[in-house]
Write a protein that binds this ligand. Structure first.
Ligand code: GLN
Length: 533
């Protein structure tokens, strides 16, 4: 049976609980334990798939096709494990399964209630997800005191009874703000937040304090005294130059020792080897050169809308030992004016995924500029589809070519709807989702970059390359570099007579890791470095 580390948050949201949870996972895995991470999101959406990126940032997709909160992306990057639908729980998921059981009559006439039916359902999922693991790290989204988080906090409180108090650790991430007027860090919000947790019966073992300034020892003693934890269990997380330093910093403060000690696990003889992370941080902080990448998207105002893309760019930068300056460009701003002038700063251009017509002509202008000027360009999902449209219009001379998502009446639907999806009116979970195999063409640049001919990548889209146009586009010089053979779907296009022009239908950013950049991102940044020189 697994032991559990529960991570809650207090005072404010956006404290980096996900990064703390991922870092704890990294450290415990490196100490030889079989671990995984799970995220609880207290919203009523069944999954994150129907959420606008402006509200909640990127939607992360797992191999098995779950559309999840972006924290699962942090987890995968930190613990380097492939997560699944089981690693993401929402209120919507819990309630729909309990209500479905009620409709089937499974509760035999009983009154169905939040306690015990909802709380039991939550616990059963935590037990199921912990099967075959030594330790499951569970992050509860939101902040202590939120109405919608209550059933989850009650469930994790009860977990101590179910699996034994000695098998659970409660770790509370809280804020210790700096008050400029008083020139002081303040502990009161943390005290109140812990009081709120204690009110519902959870006594935290460890406090992870987010601060903008170093905390003196006497401040840690004070927090320890008021919150009934030992001083060594007051851990500080300062704002870091890179999130990849967080595991190193937490280890230096003994967080992994402490968790293992509380869980009654061996902690003295298996120090983690963090040298790969140290190298990542060192190369992130001290690169000899910088390349500028224009990220031309529709959701650039939200800092997390393209989170995995931005992280994957940094991973490739770490690999090539360059700093990546990601410059967000709102695609709508490229619909008029001098596009070349606006993009000439860029050593490379990336067009990420997206939905709907707004800003599309700006993306097409950026692609045309990159193709004609020899600027490396990388299109992902919608980006790849628009590369096909641009090539069809401007090189194959199929005027008016478009994706039918943007123009259902186009004369040349080079991107169209997959036939099995034509009659869908329920939007949740109806896209082509999750991992599919793809065969690479042996003589393609993409195959060279991957170093293999068989790959598997994750998808999240409705529309597809229209095979009726394949011959005409190939004749015009567009190279098909990858195909999902089982369904004959074009997945990758590239150009030979261009420094780097590649579009992929899948979201390869999701599988990039700080210590192991994705081959296409590595190729793209390699080309951007060459262009800069
Ligand atoms: N809107 C496009 C489609 O549905 C692309 C989706 C995406 O970029 N994730 O196919």
């Amino acid at each position: 049976m697994a032991k559990y580390v529960f991570i809650t948050g207090g005072v404010v949201s956006s404290l980096g609980k996900g990064i703390t949870a991922g870092s704890v996972g990294t450290l415990l895995k490196k100490r030889g334990f079989k671990i995984s991470n799970l995220k609880v999101d207290p919203y009523l959406n069944v999954d994150a798939g129907t959420m606008n990126p402006f509200q909640h940032g990127e939607v992360f997709v797992t191999d098995d096709g779950a559309e999840t909160d972006l924290d699962l992306g942090h987890y995968e990057r930190f613990i380097d494990e492939t997560l699944s639908e089981k690693n993401s729980i929402t209120t919507g998921k819990i309630y729909s399964s309990v209500i479905a059981k009620e409709r089937r009559g499974d509760y035999l006439g009983g009154t169905v209630q939040v306690i015990p039916h909802i709380t039991n359902n939550i616990q059963e999922r935590l037990i199921e997800a912990g099967k075959d693991l030594d330790i499951l790290i569970v992050e509860i989204g939101g902040t202590v005191g939120d109405i919608e988080g209550q059933p989850f906090l009650e469930a994790i409180r009860q977990m101590a009874n179910r699996v034994g108090r000695e098998n659970v650790v409660y770790c509370h991430v809280t804020l210790v703000p700096w008050l400029e007027a008083a020139k002081e860090l303040k502990t009161k919000p943390t005290q109140h937040s812990v009081q709120e947790l204690r009110r519902i019966g959870i006594l935290p073992n460890i406090l992870v304090c987010r601060t903008s300034r170093p905390m003196e020892d006497d401040m840690k003693h004070k927090i320890a005294l008021f919150c009934t934890v030992p001083s060594e269990a007051v851990i500080e997380v300062k704002d870091e130059a890179t999130i990849y330093n967080v595991p190193i910093s937490l280890h230096k403060q003994g967080l992994d020792d402490l968790i293992l000690k509380y869980l009654g696990l061996e902690y003295k003889n298996n120090q983690p080897d963090l040298s790969d992370w140290e190298r990542v941080v060192d190369r992130y902080i001290n690169p000899p050169a910088t390349v500028k990448i224009a990220l031309v998207g529709k959701y650039v105002q939200h800092k997390d809308a393209y989170l995995s893309v931005v992280e994957a760019l940094h991973h490739a930068g770490i690999y090539h030992n360059v700093k990546i300056d990601v410059v967000s460009v709102e695609s709508e701003d490229l619909e008029s004016g001098d596009v070349a002038e606006k993009l000439k700063f860029a050593d490379g251009i990336l067009i990420p995924g997206g939905f709907g017509t707004r800003g599309i002509e700006g993306m097409l202008n950026a692609i045309k500029y990159a193709r004609e000027s020899g600027t490396p360009i990388f299109g992902i999902c919608l980006g790849m589809q628009m590369m096909v449209v641009e090539y069809a219009r401007n090189v194959a001379k199929l005027h008016d070519a478009h994706s039918i998502e943007m123009n259902p009446a186009t004369l040349h639907p080079v991107i169209h709807l997959m036939s099995e999806q034509e009659h869908i009116d329920n939007l949740g979970g109806t896209m082509r989702l999750g991992a599919y195999p793809c065969d690479l063409m042996p003589n393609s640049r993409t195959a060279k970059e991957y170093g293999t001919l068989k790959i598997s990548e994750r998808h999240r889209h409705r529309y597809e390359f229209n095979n009726e146009y394949r011959g005409r586009l190939e004749q015009a010089g567009l190279k098909i570099a990858g195909v999902c053979t089982e369904r004959n779907l074009v997945e990758i296009v590239e150009l030979e007579n261009h420094p780097w022009f590649t579009g992929c239908q899948f979201h390869c950013e999701l599988k990039s890791r700080p210590v192991r950049p994705h081959p296409l991102f590595a190729g793209f940044i390699g080309a951007a470095v060459a262009k800069k020189k």
